[in-house]
Design a protein around this ligand. Structure first.
Ligand SMILES: NC(=O)c1ccc[n+]([C@@H]2O[C@H](COP(=O)([O-])OP(=O)(O)OC[C@H]3O[C@@H](n4cnc5c(N)ncnc54)[C@H](OP(=O)(O)O)[C@@H]3O)[C@@H](O)[C@H]2O)c1
Length: 312
């Protein structure tokens, strides 16, 4: 598929950057769609044509996409805050503008980076993502929806705590949830594999990284092993998130700020209690064996790489 013209939206984000780099390495003609002109200097975008676009403006998106002559659009855009308003604006509306512009510009394939958690939607950002998935599935452009499990970066929030000799926080006993974490590079390779892959047209592809599913407790053990330290854990009851959500919800009707805080508490509770694995529709249980895997990168090597750098 060398020579394919691929427009990557959200090219400045974590996965967007990795996708641009992978697509450039494969010899695709890559157009990196970004919102800030300063993103031209992002090193991972080297080899791509960087084009600014205002994704909130359908006319601007249509003009930008028509200019690209893209055969394929890969959307890696996502709300950075996860707040209900921003999720609607970005995960739903901006993606709709991209889709409509793609239809007008003769794009043949739209690849969407979604998330595995939309299979059990309880949060505003998940409903926004699902809303766009529905638009995509009824559009006339061939499409592929990719729903990854947790990214390495999402499992790295406690690296500095552990390096500083502090205990690793667990929710409950640390065995409430599990995931099959995937690196940015492996996910980018998986996404790039779908370019020109007609077998993936119309598909929803859940995807995890290699190896067995790991619990939060296992993440902690891997992190202590990478740091060469004895594991020590501290348990936090998941009920605290429900309590915060309830307290913030009391004033949510009068304050957007409180409504957002309530949603963030619900997001935290969701990730503390729901696994990032394929959900069996019959049993209603998460199933590691049913979650496809791809790639080679291991979480412990990611931890070792971060720990090799000086503390932040
Ligand atoms: N984190 C996880 O473990 C995980 C797991 C599964 C799925 N996912 C999903 O993977 C996707 C990508 O994640 P990521 O970590 O790569 O995201 P990210 O680093 O936060 O990148 C988000 C991208 O969207 C762009 N964007 C946000 N708001 C925008 C706006 N108003 N207008 C234009 N562009 C906007 C950002 O541009 P700027 O750089 O200009 O802000 C950036 O390019 C998300 O849909 C996420 O839900 C994440």
């Amino acid at each position: 598929m060398k020579g394919e013209a691929v427009a990557v939206a959200g090219a400045s984000g974590t996965i967007g950057r990795a996708v641009v780099r992978e697509c450039v390495a494969r010899g695709f003609e890559v157009i990196a769609l970004v919102r800030h002109a300063s993103d031209r200097d992002v090193p991972e975008l080297a080899g791509a044509r960087v084009q600014t676009v205002n994704l909130a403006d359908p006319t601007d998106v249509a003009l930008a996409l028509a200019e690209t002559n893209a055969d394929v659009v890969i959307s890696c855009i996502a709300s950075r805050s996860g707040s209900p308003k921003d999720a609607l604006k970005v995960d739903y509306e901006a993606n709709c503008h991209l889709l409509r512009a793609g239809e007008g510009a003769g794009v043949q394939h739209f690849i969407l980076l979604s998330a595995i958690c939309v299979q059990k939607p309880k949060l505003a950002f998940q409903r926004a993502k699902l809303g766009f998935e529905t638009e995509l599935r009824t559009s006339r452009i061939a499409h592929t929806i990719i729903r990854p499990t947790a990214f390495f970066k999402s499992l790295s929030g406690q690296v500095e705590r552990v390096r500083a000799g502090k205990p690793f926080f667990l929710f409950g006993d640390g065995e409430l949830t599990a995931c099959k974490p995937i690196s940015d590079g492996d996910l980018a390779r998986f996404i790039a594999n779908q370019v020109g892959n007609e077998k993936a047209y119309g598909a929803i592809l859940p995807i995890g990284g290699p190896g067995p599913a790991i619990t939060l407790k296992r993440q902690g053990e891997l992190l202590f092993e990478a740091a060469g330290l004895e594991p020590k854990f501290r348990s936090v009851p998941v009920g605290v998130f429900r309590l915060f959500a309830a307290i913030f919800s009391l004033g949510a009707w009068a304050s957007d700020w409180l409504a957002e805080k309530a949603e963030y508490a619900r997001i935290a509770r969701y990730y503390a209690t729901e696994s990032m694995l394929v959900l069996d529709p019959v049993t209603g249980q998460y199933c590691a064996e049913a979650t496809p895997e791809f790639g080679e990168d291991q979480l412990i090597d990611h931890y070792r790489a971060i720990l090799a750098d000086p503390p932040k």
